[in-house]
Design a protein. Structure first.
Length: 544
């Protein structure tokens, strides 16, 4: 559909007028009759959590979306894991040692680390799983996460056999990992799902609980497509005595307003998000149930660099970036304290000075004038407008932002935008087919606290490079950074790489994320972290 300026604010603001009344009525009519609204004590209780879409897979070696990650971190565990506040603590590995050069780690596995079927977790389970991830035949989209390990880049490229991966079993229950260079974030990298062990390939490729074997605090109980995933406490987990909640139900709720209604009705205990339209009412009526904190994540638009209209036209790409009023977006559409993004690597990333477009310092008049000049230079005008297919996944905040962006492009440049909104699992497939879109709304959240995690996705051969960006100079800088052990030199190289990428405009960063959720008063254990990970194993029901 074509988007006109009038659609930017009016639906949202008119909705605000009547939403508080509807919410209040829902709250008052359900608060007294739903048992979910009372403090619960029994370990047999079920916790209901919502996620904004259905996971694409529960295969640790194939998952790339945040909804899959959320469930996978409950049913699997790596050598290390996150503490409730985001620190790195032992997981399957009871302890580890590092050699003097920082390039070899020896992990000793816990004697009581077991799979959900009672079989002991062995070092071979990690070797098999990691080889499967880097196997070019498997085509894992998360294979790049293993690049620091000796042999991984060459195996991924098909130049070395799987046996060349720098990981081996020592004794019965120890694992040695060799790195090409010292990697300061390696212990954190081990918490990524790509480095989880897998009991068998067959178990990872089916959604049937009968065949499911996992090693985390929970195990898969039921997956009802389009509705929910149910996980149950894994009695064979090494730390099961500290897991307080017996059953967790993940409800798929792509509509934030419906999610809020279910929360107020007592059907959800912890939400995945909060609609901006409801923020004034929430702050007035249930402020203590609102949790908001910044984390390492960037919302952005990827430009299809395979499209001839964009490939060799940096002026056009830059004009689209400059036409977006990010300050207006974060103040009038988003509302939760998101920060405007004029670069890709988030503020607060470890050992890094984020890069920004210089024109961010321009006032609105100057910015708009330059955007129009570039648009004309690119060969377009109001008489000859650019037509864009903007792909988004179904989500009210993403939809509102897309509507506002399309209106800004229309008002400033005359661009005609068709918004294509799809259910999340369909969207994940469509984003891989560049023939179906011109611009796609995407987001990248940190797998580990390092700038390379954000910049690696722009390597020419990265499976996460949805923009199809390819610059040999950028790849050279990223390779140089990967080979540099000096932290200061490495930081400067990464900063140069980001600056180069930003000058090419393959993507348009919009804003940096904040986490926002509602949590019932009887749920404890919720902590803010820059990685935005909320493990069910740390949650509990407060005493009455």
């Amino acid at each position: 559909m074509k988007i006109a300026p009038k659609y930017v604010v009016s639906p949202r603001r008119s909705f605000v007028k009547w939403l508080p009344l509807i919410i209040a009525i829902a709250f008052l009519t359900t608060a007294g009759c739903s048992s979910r609204n009372h403090y619960l004590q029994s370990e047999s209780e079920t916790l209901h959590r919502s996620i904004g879409g259905e996971p694409s897979t529960l295969d640790p070696g194939q998952a790339t979306d945040t909804f899959s990650f959320a469930v996978l971190r409950d049913v699997y565990e790596g050598l290390t894991t996150d503490s409730p506040t985001g620190g790195i603590v032992p997981g399957v590995a009871e302890s580890w040692t590092v050699n003097s050069t920082g390039t070899e780690y020896k992990f000793d596995l816990r004697p009581n680390a077991r799979w959900s079927n009672g079989v002991r977790v062995k070092p071979q389970d990690f070797v098999r799983a990691w080889r499967r991830v880097v196997d070019p035949k498997a085509g894992s989209p998360v294979a790049d996460n293993l690049r620091p390990i000796v042999g991984a880049p060459e195996i991924i490229a098909g130049k070395l056999p799987l046996s060349a991966l720098g990981v081996r079993v020592v004794g019965k229950y120890s694992l040695v990992v060799k790195l090409s260079k010292p990697t300061p974030y390696f212990l954190q990298l081990l918490t990524h799902t790509a480095l989880f062990p897998v009991y068998s390939e067959a178990a990872a490729e089916t959604h049937s609980p009968r065949n499911w074997v996992s090693n985390g605090p929970y195990k898969l109980s039921k997956w009802i497509p389009g509705e929910k995933i149910i996980i149950a406490k894994n009695g064979n987990y090494w730390d099961s005595h500290n897991v307080k909640i017996a059953t967790v139900v993940y409800l798929f709720t792509p509509d934030e307003n419906a999610e809020l209604r279910e929360y107020l009705a007592g059907e959800i205990d912890v939400t995945d998000s909060v609609p901006a339209t409801a923020l004034p009412w929430i702050k007035k009526h249930i402020p203590r149930e609102l949790h908001v904190w910044p984390f390492l994540g960037t919302a952005y638009y990827a430009i299809n660099m395979d499209n001839p209209r964009f490939r060799n036209n940096v002026a056009l790409r830059k004009s689209l970036a400059m036409a977006i009023d990010r300050r207006l977006l974060v103040s009038d559409v988003l509302d939760f304290g998101q920060r405007p993004a004029y670069g890709f690597v988030p503020i607060g990333t470890w050992n890094y000075s984020p890069q920004f477009w210089e024109w961010r310092k321009l006032n609105d008049v100057q910015r708009i004038a330059e955007a129009r000049r570039l648009y004309k230079q690119a060969g377009y005008s109001r008489r000859k407008p650019l037509q864009i297919r903007l792909l988004i996944n179904a989500d009210s905040t993403i939809r509102d932002t897309a509507l506002a962006t399309a209106a800004m492009w229309k008002r400033t440049l005359g661009v005609q935008t068709q918004i294509i909104e799809q259910e999340y699992r369909v969207f994940l497939q469509t984003r891989r087919d560049a023939s179906q879109w011109d611009v796609a709304r995407l987001g990248w959240t940190a797998d580990y606290d390092d700038a390379s995690d954000f910049l690696d996705i722009f390597r020419a051969r990265s499976p996460n490079n949805d923009a199809r960006y390819a610059d040999p100079n950028f790849d050279f800088l990223m390779n140089e950074a990967a080979e540099t052990g000096n932290p200061t030199q490495r930081r400067r190289i990464l900063e140069s790489a980001e600056a180069l990428m930003l000058s090419d405009y393959p993507v348009i960063p919009i804003y940096f994320y904040v986490s926002k959720c509602l949590v019932k008063p009887y749920v404890g254990g919720v902590h803010s972290t820059i990685m935005n990970r909320l493990y069910s194993k740390y949650l509990y029901i407060k005493p009455h």
